[in-house]
Design a protein around this ligand. Structure first.
Ligand code: HEC
Length: 315
């Protein structure tokens, strides 16, 4: 009996914890969508070189139908994305296996509710279902700012990856998949060095006159996540244009710029037949937005708030 009371108490505290706003973003809770990996369809998978994450995108039946028909998404259409960190399989170290979830993301179409984001409601959750730190309104705007790159696909990046054996026998499914990305080409413009934030100028390699700067809605609202997400795109542009490439917020307070590493101290092994380049990223972000301890925040503010990172980018 006592045990029963304890359990009831425990359960009610658990339920209470989950009803507070820490678990809700734009009216959505992960709890309510927890069956998506089983009940929705896997649309595609992606591997992100910058963060070393495996990503799985799922669609509910309404979203899947519209995606396949290449039609605008009706109200009720929903996508979910999970990202996993990878680790070497101890039984076979050259094989990487998904380990723990790094985050969950939702996009739900409700044209009456989400009027300022073209009908899409966004939600971002930590692995434990909590909404991360930062102003949810700002985060929502920055989700949508990046998704505007694919406005002509009703703001959805993923295309359906046909994994049937027939499609491979009949056609080259992979080529079809890659081609579909050419449609939405992000636009860059040349910007003079003098027009860049001072702290960025100081970290760029010498003898450079211009930087390829990403145009569009993203520059209007950036959060720290966008700066990481966009890095592979910038690396690609930097390698193509032989010039640094950057995403800079309109107020010039936040930015990330990417260019070839001059000192080549980082070794970048490449799979056979491919090239891998050593790159540098120079990033300034709003320290109030991300999850930092007070001490970490103060150290960053006291020192140069610009973060320098080296990474490898495949051609
Ligand atoms: C800087 C760009 C960028 C930002 C910011 C961004 N996304 Fe995405 N999102 C992507 C890309 C690219 C994909 C395609 C899958 C992948 O590469 O992971 C994607 C895919 C998705 C998907 C699967 C449906 C689709 O469009 O393919 C969901 C759901 C999603 N994002 C939610 C969010 C949420 C929620 C936020 C804000 C917290 C967010 N995204 C912020 C670039 C971004």
């Amino acid at each position: 009996m006592r045990l029963g009371v304890c359990l009831a108490l425990l359960f009610s505290t658990w339920a209470l914890a989950r009803t507070d706003s820490n678990y809700e973003m734009n009216g959505y809770r992960l709890e309510a969508y927890k069956s998506f990996p089983i009940e929705w369809s896997l649309v595609t998978v992606r591997y992100r070189q910058d963060s070393g994450e495996f990503r799985f995108v799922y669609a509910n039946p309404a979203a899947l139908k519209a995606l396949k028909m290449k039609e605008p998404f009706p109200d009720g259409a929903a996508f979910a994305k999970t990202a996993y960190f990878l680790e070497s399989d101890p039984d076979f170290t050259s094989s990487l296996v998904p380990q723990k979830v790094s985050r969950f993301q939702l996009m739900i179409k409700d044209s009456k509710k989400h009027t300022s984001t073209n009908g899409w409601g966004y939600a971002l959750f930590e692995p434990d279902g909590k909404v991360g730190s930062g102003d949810p309104k700002k985060i929502t705007l920055s989700c949508h700012a990046c998704h505007q790159i694919v406005a002509q696909k009703d703001f959805v990046f993923s295309t359906f990856l046909d994994r049937s054996v027939e499609s491979s026998l009949n056609d080259n499914a992979v080529a079809k998949f890659v081609r579909s990305f050419v449609v939405s080409k992000p636009e860059f413009e040349d910007r003079l060095i003098a027009d860049l934030p001072n702290s960025l100028q100081a970290h760029l390699p010498g003898k450079i006159l211009t930087v390829r700067s990403l145009k569009g809605a993203l520059t209007k609202s950036i959060f720290s996540g966008s700066l990481n997400e966009i890095r592979p795109l910038l690396a690609k542009e930097a390698l193509r244009a032989y010039s640094p490439a950057a995403l800079i917020s309109d107020d010039k307070k936040q930015f990330t710029a990417v260019f070839r590493d001059q000192d080549h101290s980082k070794k970048c092994p490449a799979p056979q037949g491919r090239l891998s380049f050593a790159m540098v990223a120079v990033t300034a972000f709003d320290v109030n937005e991300i999850n930092l301890s007070k001490q970490e925040r103060e150290t960053i503010l006291k020192n140069d708030p610009v973060r320098i990172e080296k990474f490898c980018s495949l051609e």
